[in-house]
Design a protein around this ligand. Structure first.
Ligand code: G6P
Length: 608
C-alpha cells in the first residue's frame, strides 16, 4: 500500500512519477521508490521516509532518466518501513519490476513454492512474490504471463509492471484495489488515485476486477484475466482536486466507512486457511495458549471499545477470564498481573502514549504482550512481544471507523484460535463461526446501501442536545462506540449505558423527545432490553432500535428500526456499528462541521 503512479510517453518518466506521488502524499506513507527504463536496463531508486528524500537521492529524477517508469509510495503492511521493503520489487536479474497496492493473502505458500524452485527473497513483503512468480512463468509474452500470475495470487492488488525486454509498454492489473489508466497527447499513465493525474488529464479508464491494461506511449489496450481483449469507455472525472483526494466522497470519514468491507476482508482472509484460523504472528503452541491464566486488554478510545467487545467474545468462546482497562487507568492502578497472564494492547496508530505505557507496565510485571496495531513499525509494534497487524491501510479521518472494524476482526480471530486450542469449541462450531465471519464484508456492503435512510433520520436530530445509547452485553460495547462516534464529531452530548443500569440514575435525564438509541442484537437479552425500551418510552423518549433482521417485533416498541443481517451473536458489533458510524457522520455533516477534523481532538495522542 499505498500510492502508484506510472508513465510511458514523450516526457521524462521520473519527473511525472515524482509529481504524481507528491499528490498522493496526503494518504500517508513511509517510503517511496521508482523503476525507470533507461533504454538498456531498468534502474531502481528507493528511499525510506518522505518523498523529498527520494527526490534528493535522484536529483529530482535526473539520475533515473527514461520515458517509461513506475513509482510507489509504501505504507507498510508486511515488513517494516525500510529501503529494502520499499517498492518496486524485482526478479533476480532486475528485468521485471513491480509496484503493488493491496495484500497478497497466499504469499506465504507462494514464497515457499518459489524457494523450493531456487528463488531467493530480499524483502519481508508479500509483494516480492509477484516479480518472482512473473519470472517463473515468463515465456516472453508479458500479457500471458501476467494473466497466469493473477490467477495464482489471492487477495487484493493493483499492479504496475515493467519488463526490460518489452521497453515500449507498461502493464497494469487490479483486483479489489483501485487503479486507473489515462491518456493524453504526451503519453499514458496509471495511478491508484485520480488525484495524481488531474494535472495531466481528466479522461480516464477504470480497470475492472482482474483485468489487465497494456499501455504504450500513444495507446492503451485492455484485456480480461484470460488475456482476451476487451473495450473500455473513457470516463471524464468531474471532481475537483480536493474531492478527488477523497475518491469523490465529501469527507475521508465516509470514504473510510466505505472501505470497511475491504478492510474486514484484508484482515480476515489471509488468516483463514483450510477452514482453520492461522495467525502466524502469534507464534504460540496450543499448550502455551492453554497455559494462559487470564487476559488483560488495554487500550484507549475506540480501541478500548473493541476490547470491551472482545471480553464477551473471548470469555464466551474460549472461556478465559478477561479484564479490560482504559490504558490511562491501567498504568496507575498497579494492576495485579501474573506472568502467566497475556496482555493484549490495541492501537490503530501504535503511538498512543498511555497504551505504550501499558506495554511497559506489563513487561515490568513479567507478562507477554500481544499488540493489535495498524501502523507497521510503530512504537507499540516494536515494543510488544508479538504483533498482529490490522490491515486497514492509512486512516486519515480523526474519528476512526475502518481501523475499529479491523480491530474487531483481529480480536474475533484470536478468540477463535484460543477457543480451538483450548477445546472449548468443536471443529463444526469453528467452521460455522468462520462461515459467518466470511459473510461480514458483503453484509456491511448491504448496510452501506441503506445509508440514505440513516441520513434522513440523522437530519432530524441535528439539533439534539442529549442522546443515550443503551444495550446489554455486546450491545453495551456497541453503544459505547456509537455514543463516542456521535459526540466526537457532532458535539452532541451523548452517553452509553448498560441498559439495565439506566434506572440507577440516568433515566431521570430522559425527557419528552430525548433520542435513545437501543442496541438489541443479543437474542438472549431481547426481552430484557425491550423492557428497558418501554421504560424510556414511558418517559417520553424517541427510540431508534438497531436489531437483527429476525426481530421485527421490535417495531411494537421502537419508533424507528434499523435491521442488521443475520450473523452469529458474537459478531453483531461488526454490523451494528455501521449505522451508528453513519449516524454520527450525518449528524456532523448536517450541522456543517468539518467531519474529519473535530475540534480539540487528535488522530494520535502521543502525550499523557
Ligand atoms: C484518539 C483517536 C481515537 C482513537 C484513540 C486511540 O483519541 O481520536 O479515534 O481510538 O486515540 O488511538 P489508537 O491509535 O491507540 O488506536
Amino acid at each position: 500500500m499505498c500510492g502508484i503512479v506510472g508513465y510511458i510517453g514523450k516526457q521524462q518518466a521520473a519527473e511525472i512519477i515524482l509529481e504524481g506521488l507528491e499528490k498522493l502524499e496526503y494518504r500517508g506513507y513511509d517510503s517511496a521508490g521508482m523503476a525507470v527504463y533507461d533504454g538498456e536496463k531498468v534502474n531502481i531508486a528507493k528511499a525510506m521516509g518522505r518523498l523529498q528524500v527520494l527526490k534528493e537521492v535522484t536529483h529530482g529524477g535526473a539520475t533515473v532518466p527514461g520515458h517509461l517508469g513506475i513509482g510507489h509510495t509504501r505504507w507498510a503492511t508486511h515488513g517494516e518501513p525500510s529501503d529494502v521493503n520499499a517498492h518496486p520489487h524485482t526478479n533476480k536479474n532486475g528485468t521485471i519490476a513491480v509496484v503493488h497496492n493491496g495484500i497478497i493473502e497466499n504469499y506465504i505458500s507462494l514464497k515457499k513454492k518459489l524457494k523450493n524452485k531456487g528463488y531467493t527473497f530480499k524483502s519481508e513483503t508479500d509483494t516480492e512474490v509477484i516479480p518472482q512468480l512473473l519470472d517463473y512463468y515468463y515465456n516472453g509474452n508479458p500479457l500471458e504471463t501476467i494473466s497466469k500470475v493473477i490467477q495464482r495470487i489471492e487477495g487484493s492488488y493493483s499492479l504496475g509492471i515493467i519488463f526490460a525486454d518489452h521497453p515500449d509498454e507498461i502493464y497494469a492489473a487490479r483486483k479489489s484495489s483501485p487503479l486507473i489508466v489515462a491518456k493524453n497527447d504526451e503519453g499514458c499513465f496509471i495511478a491508484s488515485d485520480a488525484t495524481a493525474l488531474l494535472r495531466y488529464t481528466r479522461n480516464v479508464y477504470y480497470i475492472g476486477e482482474e483485468e489487465i491494461a497494456v499501455l504504450k506511449a500513444d495507446d492503451v489496450h485492455f484485456y480480461d484475466s484470460d488475456a482476451e481483449e476487451i473495450e473500455k469507455p473513457v470516463t471524464e472525472i468531474k471532481w475537483d482536486a480536493n474531492a478527488a483526494e477523497k475518491g469523490g466522497y465529501e469527507y475521508f470519514m465516509l470514504k473510510e466507512i466505505y472501505e470497511e468491507p475491504k478492510t474486514v476482508r484484508d484482515t480476515l482472509n489471509p488468516r483463514i486457511r483450510d477452514n482453520k484460523v492461522v495467525i502466524d504472528e502469534l507464534n504460540m503452541t496450543d499448550d502455551e495458549i492453554k497455559a494462559i491464566g487470564k487476559i488483560h486488554i488495554v487500550a484507549c478510545g475506540s480501541a478500548y471499545h473493541t476490547g470491551v467487545t472482545a471480553r464477551y467474545v473471548l470469555e464466551g468462546m474460549a472461556r478465559i477470564p478477561v479484564e479490560v482497562d482504559i490504558a490511562s487507568e491501567f498504568r496507575y492502578r498497579d494492576p495485579l498481573l501474573d506472568p502467566s497472564d497475556l496482555v493484549i494492547v490495541i492501537s490503530q496508530s501504535g503511538e498512543t502514549a498511555d497504551t505504550k505505557a501499558a506495554v511497559e507496565e506489563a513487561h515490568r510485571k513479567g507478562c507477554q504482550v500481544l499488540a493489535i496495531v495498524n501502523v507497521v513499525g510503530s512504537s507499540i509494534a516494536r515494543e510488544a512481544d508479538k504483533v498482529m497487524y490490522t490491515w486497514a491501510g492509512p486512516e486519515i479521518s480523526v474519528a476512526t471507523t475502518k481501523a475499529y472494524s479491523a480491530q474487531l476482526i483481529a480480536l474475533y480471530l484470536i478468540a477463535l484460535k484460543f477457543a480451538s486450542a483450548r477445546g472449548t469449541i468443536s471443529d463444526d462450531q469453528l467452521a460455522s463461526y468462520i462461515h459467518d465471519l466470511r459473510k461480514l464484508p458483503q453484509q456491511i456492503e448491504l448496510l452501506l446501501g441503506e445509508k440514505e435512510k440513516i441520513q434522513k433520520f440523522a437530519n432530524r436530530y441535528t439539533a439534539a442536545k442529549d442522546v443515550f445509547f443503551i444495550g446489554r452485553g455486546i450491545d453495551y460495547a456497541i453503544s459505547l462506540e456509537g455514543s463516542l462516534k456521535l459526540k466526537e464529531i457532532s458535539y452532541v452530548h451523548s452517553e452509553a449505558y448498560a441498559a439495565g443500569e439506566l434506572k440507577h440514575g440516568t433515566i431521570s435525564l430522559i425527557e419528552e423527545g430525548t433520542l435513545v438509541v437501543a442496541l438489541v442484537t443479543q437474542k438472549d437479552l431481547y426481552d430484557k432490553t425491550i423492557s428497558n425500551i418501554r421504560e424510556v418510552k414511558a418517559r417520553g423518549a424517541f427510540v431508534m432500535a438497531v436489531t437483527n433482521v429476525d426481530n421485527p417485533d421490535i417495531e411494537k416498541v421502537a419508533d424507528y428500526s434499523v435491521y442488521i443481517p443475520e450473523t452469529d451473536q458474537f459478531f453483531t458489533n461488526s454490523l451494528a456499528v455501521i449505522p451508528l458510524q453513519l449516524f454520527g457522520y450525518y449528524v456532523s455533516l448536517g450541522k456543517g462541521f468539518d467531519v474529519d477534523h473535530p475540534r480539540n481532538l487528535a488522530k494520535s495522542v502521543t502525550v499523557e
